[in-house]
Write a protein that binds this ligand. Structure first.
Ligand SMILES: [Mn+2]
Length: 387
């Protein structure tokens, strides 16, 4: 018997005879819909926005909203939900590449969009689309940053509010990098986390402990407008502390929250983020909430926020409006009964509900409905004659 008689050899030849026309047309179509990728991507058949839904980009849409296949049609909507299935920036447990899919899957639970306590109905108030995932480059974080930056910038350029589903926290840097050029002034950052994420490098690269070192190097995103809420525990690094001290970032610990109370620290965070700023970005790391409630995450740190504490503070810090938000570090392989994904979706819905309630996004279903008395009081103070 010789090599030519092997089935394997025949099949080697067979592959060369199979047609490729349909798949080539499909890839070309996806490239047209998904726009050209960042300059650093050598394979020019990879689009900027992933239109194939392959592998870790395979998921339903957020809150069962329409999937926007053609990114050339973005514009005029209120909200674009964007997945970033990236976890090559994790330094301990990976798995956040499954975060967008898991959150989309469980988001169907609250897809009706109605919240009794807030008195809002997102289905009535928000024109929201799911634009699918960024085509990330799993083996190259810098190329992934270029893709994320360009994708986020495309959403801001079309004046749509992005809700970014991580992915690990390394994406905080390109998320801010994609926003900053579209803000005519400074960008404030409100950052919920148990970790400061201010190191210059992890393992010689810009991984998930580094996003705010690099984001606050962007000229119009100064660290003096960075407020970090929930910092503490044993899993942070000393390097980041030095950066926060030198750049005068504001760090609010769990001890501060216990001592001063939720309302006072949240009011302070809101004031510092907006001081001489034109826009504020919200970065919410799910590990800011105690791992008893949010076990599905890469760097768990006990003693974090209770869910209701996080919801109360979010209600205060987001009511003046946001330019975008990210929900990062949901790692479904470590989750139990999807509770971490459910919590992530709840945070997103609460923020959207607050923005609608405060008249900062979409339309209030009935303008005669009074908002939270606290919101009204604030408006009366800040807007002479308004209300
Ligand atoms: Mn964290």
């Amino acid at each position: 018997m010789d090599r030519e008689q092997l089935h394997g050899t025949r099949m080697l030849q067979r592959e060369a005879e199979l047609p490729t026309q349909r798949s080539k047309e499909q890839r070309q179509h996806e490239l047209e819909l998904g726009l050209p990728s960042a300059e650093s991507i050598r394979d020019r058949s990879i689009p900027l926005f992933n239109r194939s839904g392959w592998r870790f980009s395979n998921s339903g849409t957020f809150a069962c909203r329409p999937f926007l296949a053609d990114m050339r049609e973005l514009g005029g909507q209120d909200v674009a939900v964007l997945g970033v299935p990236l976890d090559c920036g994790t330094t301990f447990r990976s798995g956040t590449r499954w975060g967008p899919q898991a959150m989309r899957t469980v988001s169907g639970l609250a897809a009706a969009g109605y919240n009794f306590e807030m008195g809002v109905d997102l289905s009535e108030s928000l024109d929201m689309v799911d634009v699918g995932d960024v085509s990330v480059i799993p083996a190259n974080i810098e190329k992934s940053f270029d893709q994320i930056d360009k994708a986020v910038a495309h959403i801001h350029e079309r004046a749509v509010f992005p809700v970014i589903l991580g992915g690990d926290h390394s994406i905080g840097y390109p998320d801010v990098r994609g926003l900053a050029p579209y803000v005519d002034g400074n960008v404030g950052i409100i950052h919920f986390d148990r970790h400061s994420d201010l190191s210059e490098y992890n393992y010689d690269e810009r991984m998930h402990g580094t996003p705010f070192f690099h984001a606050t190097n962007i000229p119009n995103a100064p660290a003096t407008n960075l407020v970090q809420i929930g910092i503490g525990g044993w899993t942070g690094s000393r390097g980041g502390v030095k950066v926060a001290r030198e750049r005068q970032a504001t760090v609010i610990t769990i001890t501060d929250i216990e001592r001063w109370g939720l309302e006072r620290v949240a009011e302070m965070a809101l004031e510092i983020a907006w001081r001489n700023a034109k826009a504020v970005f919200l970065s919410f790391d799910i590990d800011s909430i105690d791992p008893g409630f949010a076990p599905g995450t890469g760097t768990p740190e006990a003693g974090g926020l209770l869910p209701r504490e996080a919801f109360r503070m979010l209600h205060i810090v987001t009511r003046e409006g946001l330019a975008g938000m990210e929900l990062v570090e949901v790692s479904p392989p470590y989750d139990v009964g999807d509770i971490t994904s459910v919590l992530g979706v709840r945070v997103i819905n609460d923020v959207l509900g607050t923005l609608v309630e405060a008249g900062k996004l979409g339309r209030r279903p009935d303008e005669t409905i009074k908002a939270d008395p606290e919101v009204e009081r604030q408006k009366d103070q800040t807007e002479p004659g308004g209300g």
